[in-house]
Structures are given as structure tokens and as C-alpha cells.
Design a protein around this ligand. Structure first.
Ligand SMILES: [Zn+2]
Length: 254
């Protein structure tokens, strides 16, 4: 989680949320490190763990595996559950920065594109501004992102919620909000894009006419207790890998 708010950052997370502050968290660095070659697939490093275990159940929410839309639907259910049980807790959401409407119950790890072919699913900064607003309206005050989130996504959250937080993030100095920096572009049709209405209403194309828009999740049906799910201490053998490759061929043909 990236601390925000200058000197206020020294206060505890609960204290900050209790005072009504909107906190923005980033848990998205694991994929970035993996893509850049700094970490290998396997058990997560301690650095990726939550920084505030003392918070316990004072904060309730979702992290990772699903896109912003699905995550907020889930938080809404949690909120209704809390209200029904007359419990009070801060709400949190840290979705993926990938669109995964087709990922099914297991989340994005079941998509055939996981983890190294997910780029076409990356959300735009405008998708994330919309997500931040919807999260805020739902009552979420710990609003962030997990895998796939890049710094410009986090900035988009901070900019969308600048009126509530009372300040813009430092990185806003690097660009004009809602594309306003395009007003100096050499091409007039690009200058015409220097406004909020343009980016807010644009239906973006994927640029991949030969690809399906949705995938079929792997759905191997392996749950806790299945032998292949066990994390081994030693490297996977050639034989074990061959068995998995065969299984994948069989499953894909189904
Ligand atoms: Zn994640």
C-alpha cells in the first residue's frame, strides 16, 4: 500500500478512515515486478503482504482476482450483509486493472491469458476514474487496485477523488486532467480531444479483429486437497510437466 497524504500518512489506517479520509491503496506491484523480471512465479514474497494486519475485521472488502465491476458488485453484497447484521466496518476494494467479465468463479487465474497475455484486457485511466467514483458512491473509503494497476491508474483514482480528498496527487503536475494537455497538439483532430466529454464517452476498440472478445475459463475443477494443487519444495519434474501439458490439451479440446 502506498502511503498518501503527506504528514497524515504517519497515522494508523483505521484512524485515517475513521476521520473520514479517503485512502488510496496500491497492491498492484507484484505483476509489474514479475513482468520486469524481478520476481518469479511461486509463493508471494513477504513484501506483498498486507501492511496492516492489526486492522483485522475493521476493514471489509475484496482484493485481486476480479475486475472493478465484479469487485464492486461483491462489495455491495458485503455492505448489505454488514447492514443486515448491524455491523460496522470500513469498506475496501482493490480490483484487478483487467476486464474479466468471462473469468467465472476462480477469477482471472482461470483465464487462458493468465498471466502473460493479459495486456489487451487492461483498463483505461477513464475506466478507473469511473470505478473510483462508483466505489466512493457505494461508501468505500479504502479505494485502490491490485494486479495490473500501474501508477497512472492510481493517479486516476486520486484525481477523480480530488474534490473529496482536498488535494491532487503530486503526479498530476505531469499531465493535464481529462486530456486537457492535448490542447497544444500539432494535429487539430487531436486538439479536439482535449476535453472530458470525449474521453468519458469514448467506446474504445480492442484493435484485434481476429481475436474473440471473451475467453473460456480453464475450469480444471481442482479444489483444496487435489494433489496437483500442492506446492512442492522441489522443482516440477519434466514428467510432471508433461502430464499437465497432456491434461491441458485434453481440457482445451472439450
Ligand atoms: Zn492482485
Amino acid at each position: 500500500m502506498a502511503p498518501v497524504g503527506g504528514k497524515k500518512a504517519k497515522r494508523g489506517i483505521l484512524e485515517r478512515l475513521n476521520s473520514g479520509e479517503v485512502v488510496i491503496g496500491d497492491g498492484g506491484f507484484v505483476f509489474a515486478l514479475e513482468k520486469r523480471g524481478y520476481v518469479k512465479a511461486g509463493p508471494w514474497t513477504p513484501e506483498a503482504a498486507v501492511e496492516h494486519p492489526e486492522a483485522g475485521a475493521s476493514i471489509v472488502g475484496v482484493n485481486c482476482h476480479f475486475d472493478p465491476t465484479i469487485s464492486l458488485q461483491t462489495v455491495k453484497l458485503m455492505k448489505e450483509g454488514l447492514e443486515a447484521a448491524r455491523l460496522k466496518a470500513h469498506l475496501m476494494s482493490q480490483p484487478l486493472a483487467y476486464h474479466t467479465p468471462d473469468c467465472n468463479k476462480q477469477g482471472f487465474i482461470d483465464l487462458p491469458e493468465f498471466p502473460f497475455g493479459l495486456e489487451p484486457r487492461v483498463t483505461t485511466r477513464w475506466d478507473i476514474q469511473k470505478y473510483a467514483r462508483e466505489a466512493y458512491n457505494l461508501g468505500v473509503r479504502y479505494i485502490g487496485g491490485c494486479c495490473g494497476f500501474e501508477p497512472y491508474h492510481i493517479r486516476a483514482i486520486a484525481e477523480e477523488l480530488a474534490p473529496e480528498r482536498g488535494f491532487l496527487p503530486p503526479a498530476s503536475e505531469k499531465h493535464g486532467s481529462w486530456g486537457s494537455g492535448l490542447d497544444m497538439h500539432t494535429k487539430p483532430w487531436i486538439r479536439a480531444r482535449a476535453r472530458k466529454e470525449y474521453w468519458e464517452n469514448l467506446r474504445i476498440a480492442s484493435g484485434r479483429p481476429y481475436n474473440p472478445s471473451l475467453s473460456k475459463p480453464d475450469a480444471w475443477g481442482m479444489t483444496k486437497g487435489t494433489s496437483e494443487l500442492m506446492q512442492q519444495k522441489e522443482a516440477t519434474t519434466e514428467q510432471q510437466l508433461r502430464e499437465l501439458f497432456e491434461k491441458q490439451k485434453f481440457k482445451s479440446a472439450q
